[in-house]
Each structure stands twice: as C-alpha cells, then as structure tokens.
Design a protein around this ligand. Structure first.
Ligand code: NAD
Length: 494
C-alpha cells in the first residue's frame, strides 16, 4: 500500500445500497434511505436502505428457508470450505478498496484499518474455513450394550449485530464460524459503518455462497435490530456493542423464543505500570497507542492507566509526550496515527466525559478538545487526565474515545483492588520485570485477556471475550465455534 494507491480511491463515488436479501439487492419496503456521513469531513458519502421490521422479517424468512432446504447446511464440508476460502481470497484481492471505503465510512486511520479490517477479516474467514472439516462428533464412554453418539449440529439461523468501530473484523468474527458450521445468517451492520461490511457480503456471493444463506439489513438498531432480536425464527443472537443494547437483546430473547444470546460488550480496561517495568519509555509509547489508536474506539482500549506512585509524574510526562507525537488528522493519510471520531454524536459524548472529569477533580494534562474543525470532520486531541479517583465517572464508565484517565497506586494489593473496581472485565495489562508478580496479576485481575509487558496484541488463535458486564461467550479461536453449534445425543441400544 502506498499513498498514491489510497489517493486514487479516496474520492470515488459510492453507489447507493439496498439490503441483501435472498442474494439480491433490495430497497427498504417503504423506500426509506438514510444518509451515510463521512467522519473525515462531514460530507454525505451515499445513502443506504433504512430498513423496516418487515424487511428484517423477509431476511429472516430467507435465511430460514435456506437453512431448512440444506443448500448450505447440507453441503459437504469440503464444498463449504472451498466457498469460504474463495471469499477470503476475494477480500484479500479487494483489500485496499474495502479498507478505503471503510475508513471513509468510520474514520479509522488507514494504517490500522488495512490490517485490522480486510486483512483480519480474510484471515478469520480462512481460519474457520480450514477448521470446518476437522471438527468431529464424539462417542461417549458408555457401557458395552449401548452407543452414545454426540453430534455437533448447526444451530439454524444466526442473527449477528455489529458495531461501527471495526465492522469487517468483528463481522468476520461472527460470520466465519457461523457459516463454517453450516448456519444461515442475518446480519445487521451499524448505522454509521455499514459500507465495507455490505461490500464484504457482496464478495461472499461472488465466491459462490448460495442466495439466502447470508442476508444483510441496514437501518436503525431500534427498528431492524429489535425485529431481529424479537424474532421467533432466529436461534442464536451474537452481538458486539454497548452494554445498554446488550441488555435489550437479553430482554428480546426472554420476550420471544429464549434464543441464545452472546454479548461482547464494552470495557474500562486497566493498564497497570509498576516501577520495575522493563522499559518505561516503551511502556509509555505502548500505553498511548493502546488508548489513542482508532481514537480510543477499541473495545480492549487501555482506558485506565494505573501507575505506581513513585514513577507517576515521570511516567505521565512520557505518556503525554508519546500522545502529542501521534499526528491526528485525515485517516486516509498514511502519516496519520489517530483518525476521526466515528460521528458527531460520539465526539460530543467524549467531550462531555472530559467536562465531567474536570468537575470531579481531574486535571487535563493534554488534549480535552475538538480539533481540526476546519476540515469539517470529527476530530479530538488525545486526552490525558490525572487525579482520577476510583469512584469517578471516568473510572466507572466507558468513554469509547481518546480519553485516558490516570490513577496512582502504592502497591500490588492496591493495584489489584483498583483494577477490579468496575463492573467491566474485558482486558488489562501489567508491566513489571517481576515474573511472579506478572503471573499473580494475570490471575487476580478479573478480565478476559491480560497483556504482560505489552498492550493490545493478539491474533485469531486466542479467544476474546469478557467477564462481568463486558459480556459472555468468546469470539476468535476454535472456542468461538461452540456458539454456533448444538450438541445432540443419539442413544442407541446395541
Ligand atoms: P451500540 O450498542 O450502540 O450498537 C451496536 C449495534 O447494535 C449496532 O448495529 C446498532 O444498530 C445495534 N442496536 C442499537 N440499538 C439496538 C436495539 N435496540 N436492538 C437491536 N440492535 C440495536 O454500540 P456501538 O456504539 O456501535 O459500539 C460501541 C460499543 O461496542 C462499545 O461499548 C464497545 O466497547 C463495544 N465493543 C465491544 C467489543 C468486544 O469485543 N467486546 C468490540 C468492539 C466494540
């Protein structure tokens, strides 16, 4: 990828989009559309269908019919694998076009997006394609006069609701294992970032996915998302997004068919710096990257910096220096380290958190404001706030923006207590040269993932999921497959 290739795509006209139902592009049943605003400059990029509940019901009916007639669920595994591998290849072949389209839609800096979006999505789909013919049923250790077989069956129709921060990557985390196991899917992209994910659905059909197996409906969560959640014909709901929506999905399930609901929610992840960290300069740079990349719109972002009191001032100074060295700007420029905030609403919410932090005694050391307003887009300076108390809003509530709250601690016991003092439990980090302390912290901090002497790295071979109000179930790795299968026992008298 070089800048001239990006520049060739950055102003391309974006065609209007319909839903994808039964393999065809269709408008909303009432003809309604919604504007897609680019966070880069506030311009209207295009329009997409703004779905109705009837549109969602049509998509679910298509998915159900495709599942029941076995056009995908009954296909030999080797044939399903071939389609999914071709899909991954097509995503790779169109990676730059997909990445630029996605960045124009959601504002993530292109350097991150090219790897995290098409690159990661293709890798995820390939991973589950390669896994699908290596998953066996079981024979139970019964007495000799019976045979207990345990079949692993697809669940049926999966509803997948996706957020805006990494639509292709998170979409693939759901679509890869769901389709690999033979399910049919109804996808609901986020209002403010649907374009690249919808293109990815086109490519699935180009790769030979039969019509009806993967349907996608755009529109408002409260309308089409609700219709998906309340459907009597959806067997499993998988979701990444906010805790508030996650609660609603559990209610929808209870009010309808008690479908299984898997939630990947937010976090308030602690990044814990001990004075004996192997390289404090490196720790400061990684801590800044761990909260400010993609403008903090990363579920595992290390948004709480817990620093041992003896190094607090020096370490904060190093983080501020690292933050100020990260250029904020047009996310399609390869030199940009921090792109645009996804929407004006999100930017206003971020700034509101800064004001609340100040009113609760926090001190803004850098940032705290909207910048680059002349471009017309939604940009915020990376923000570091010190003096954040354990009960402050900035400790307890997820911002999902480029805002880092700093709290100091005196010893390991206090660090653990602070780390665990929120309702969340998605991710965390610990920086220390003491191997025993590193292992103790990995065990004692209640999260789904702990980083040691790094922050934010992972790949598709390891699960991602939270504890507490960060959610349930896991994306990624072979563990994710459990969400998309039912176990069925055959008990046979011999
Ligand atoms: P959101 O909950 O507002 O929206 C997520 C999706 O839910 C969108 O597609 C939206 O249309 C849909 N939705 C909204 N209301 C709905 C309703 N009433 N019924 C059904 N669907 C509805 O979240 P967001 O703002 O798009 O995403 C940001 C959140 O996602 C943050 O909290 C972040 O931490 C979280 N996140 C978590 C992970 C993870 O893996 N745990 C990863 C990325 C983001």
């Amino acid at each position: 990828m070089d800048q001239s290739q990006i520049d060739a795509l950055r102003g391309a006209a974006v065609a209007k989009r319909g839903h994808i139902i039964d393999g065809k592009s269709v408008p909303a049943s009432d003809g309604a559309t919604m504007d897609i605003v680019s966070p880069i400059d506030g311009s209207v990029l295009t329009q997409v269908a703004c779905g109705t509940a009837a549109d969602m019901e049509a998509a679910i009916a298509s998915a159900r019919a495709s599942f029941d007639d076995g056009r995908w669920s009954g296909m030999p595994p080797a044939a399903r694998k071939k389609v999914l591998l071709k899909w991954a290849d097509l995503i790779d072949a169109n990676a730059l076009e997909l990445a630029v389209l996605g960045v124009r839609d959601n504002g993530t800096e292109i350097n991150m997006a090219i790897k995290a979006e098409p690159g990661s999505a293709a890798g995820t789909i390939r991973y589950y394609a390669e896994a699908l013919d290596k998953i066996y049923g079981e024979i139970a250790p019964t007495s000799a006069d019976v045979l207990g077989l345990i079949h692993k069956e697809p669940v049926g129709v999966v509803g997948a609701i996706i957020p805006w921060n990494f639509p292709m990557m998170i979409g693939a985390w759901k679509l890869g294992p769901a389709l690999a196991m033979g399910n049919s899917v109804v996808l609901k992209p986020a209002e403010t970032a649907s374009l690249s994910l919808m293109r990815m659905v086109d490519l699935a059909h180009d790769a030979g996915l039969p019509p009806g197996v993967l349907n996608a409906v755009t529109g408002e969560g409260a309308i089409v998302g609700e219709a998906l959640g309340l459907s009597m014909d959806v067997d499993v709901l998988v979701f990444t997004g906010s805790g508030g929506t996650g609660r609603r999905l559990m209610e929808y399930s209870a009010r309808s068919n008690m479908k299984r609901v898997y939630l990947e929610l937010g976090g308030k992840s602690p990044n814990i710096i001990f004075a004996d960290a192997p390289n404090l300069d490196e720790a400061a740079k990684v801590a800044a990257g761990g909260i400010f990349r993609n403008s903090g719109q990363v579920c595992v972002a290390g948004s709480r910096l817990l620093v041992e009191a003896s190094i607090h001032d020096d370490f904060v100074a190093a983080v501020v220096k690292a933050a100020e060295a990260m250029p904020v700007g047009n996310p399609l420029d390869m030199t940009t380290a921090i792109g645009a905030v996804n929407s004006e609403v999100q930017l206003a919410a971020n700034l509101g958190f800064v004001e609340t932090a100040k009113s609760e005694g926090g001190e803004v050391i850098t940032g705290g404001e909207r910048i680059l307003q002349d471009i017309g887009g939604f940009y915020m300076a990376p923000t570091v706030i010190t003096g954040v108390t354990p009960d402050a809003t900035l400790t307890q509530k997820e911002v999902f923006g480029p805002v880092l709250g700093v709290t100091s601690f005196s010893d390991e016991t206090e660090a653990t207590r602070l780390a665990n003092a929120t309702v969340y439990g998605l991710a965390g980090g610990v920086w220390t040269s003491n191997l025993s302390r590193a292992h103790r912290m990995v065990k004692s901090v209640r999260t789904g993932v702990m980083h040691v002497n790094t922050y934010g790295g992972a790949d598709g071979t390891v699960p991602l999921g939270g504890v507490g109000q960060s959610g349930n179930g896991h994306d990624k790795s072979l563990h994710a497959i459990e969400k998309y299968i039912n176990l069925k026992t055959a008990w046979i008298k011999l």
